[in-house]
Design a protein around this ligand. Structure first.
Ligand code: NDP
Length: 252
């Protein structure tokens, strides 16, 4: 069918740019009602307008996902407007790589606050939505964005990699509890995707390292991730793709 996600209610965090924005658009194109979360209101509205222009349904709810109470409020707003979400793409993240001896403790904390605490806030707020949807016989998906950094040993990636290793292993453990309740839990672990992600690095050496890594590689595009997430969510309910590694072909 052209609209395999019709009737689904999707929530996408980190949806104002990059992979989140592209995924929100793709899920809407496939029939899902999509709620987009991030801090930048104007960028979120742009995504909503693009979705609506293509005939889809979307709602922007600006939120800083590190604010637990604010995320809870968003979950109630989603329930009031569309009913319980049955697809959560838990994707907001920041990559502030630096040499450990630079002691960029603020950058360490920002990554931990967003990639770990923010991710957990979204899980806390929307898990009741997912379990309820599953209990009603609907497909229910929690898809967390990790990275190949979760397992690779990359210089200057220590804290970022630590947060992504947390996400990947957390997800394996959540499956044990939620799979039997028919909530699918998965991670997507991409290699290099062409997004705003490297723009926030504050350590000049690490910034050069990133530029070298990206140089000459035909990177993945956000739309490649969107297509993959949509594929995972559109599978029959009894099929759970649990850990998806997706690489640019030319990235070693
Ligand atoms: P982007 O920087 O384009 O996207 C990050 C998103 O997170 C933005 O929408 C940003 O929006 C949002 N965000 C940042 N801080 C917060 C916050 N406090 N509350 C809510 N939303 C927030 O990069 P990507 O699309 O590349 O990143 C998406 C995910 O993919 C991240 O988890 C990243 O670690 C992961 N990833 C990326 C790879 C890559 O090569 N690009 C590779 C592997 C994994 P706003 O600023 O408006 O809040």
């Amino acid at each position: 069918s052209g609209s395999p996600l019709t009737g689904r209610v999707a929530v996408v965090s980190g949806a104002s740019s990059g992979m989140g924005a592209a995924t929100a658009e793709r899920l809407a194109e496939l029939g899902a009602t999509v709620v987009v979360l991030a801090r930048r209101k104007d960028k979120l509205q742009d995504v909503v307008h693009r979705i609506e222009a293509a005939g889809g349904t979307a709602l922007a709810l600006p939120v800083d996902v590190t604010d637990r109470a604010a995320v809870q409020t968003v979950a109630h707003q989603v329930a009031d407007r569309f009913g319980h979400a049955d697809l959560v793409f838990n994707n907001a993240g920041v990559q502030l790589i630096s040499g450990i001896e630079e002691l960029k403790v603020d950058d360490w904390q920002r990554q931990i606050d967003l990639n770990i605490t923010g991710l957990m806030n979204v899980i806390a707020a929307f898990l009741p939505h997912l379990t309820d949807s599953a209990q009603q016989g609907k497909a229910a998906d929690l898809i967390n964005t990790s990275s190949i950094a979760a397992t690779r040993i990359l210089e200057k990636f220590s804290v970022y990699s630590g947060t992504k290793a947390y996400i990947s292993h957390l997800t394996r453990l959540l499956r044990v509890e939620l799979g039997p309740k028919m909530v699918r839990v998965a991670t997507i672990e991409p290699g290099m995707v062409d997004t705003e992600l490297p723009d926030h690095v504050t350590d000049p050496d690490a910034s050069r390292l990133m530029a070298d890594l990206i140089h000459d590689i035909d990177c993945l595009q956000s739309t490649d991730i969107a297509e993959t997430v949509a594929f995972m969510a559109a599978l029959p309910r009894h099929v759970n793709l649990t850990e998806i590694t997706i690489m640019p072909t030319a990235q070693a």
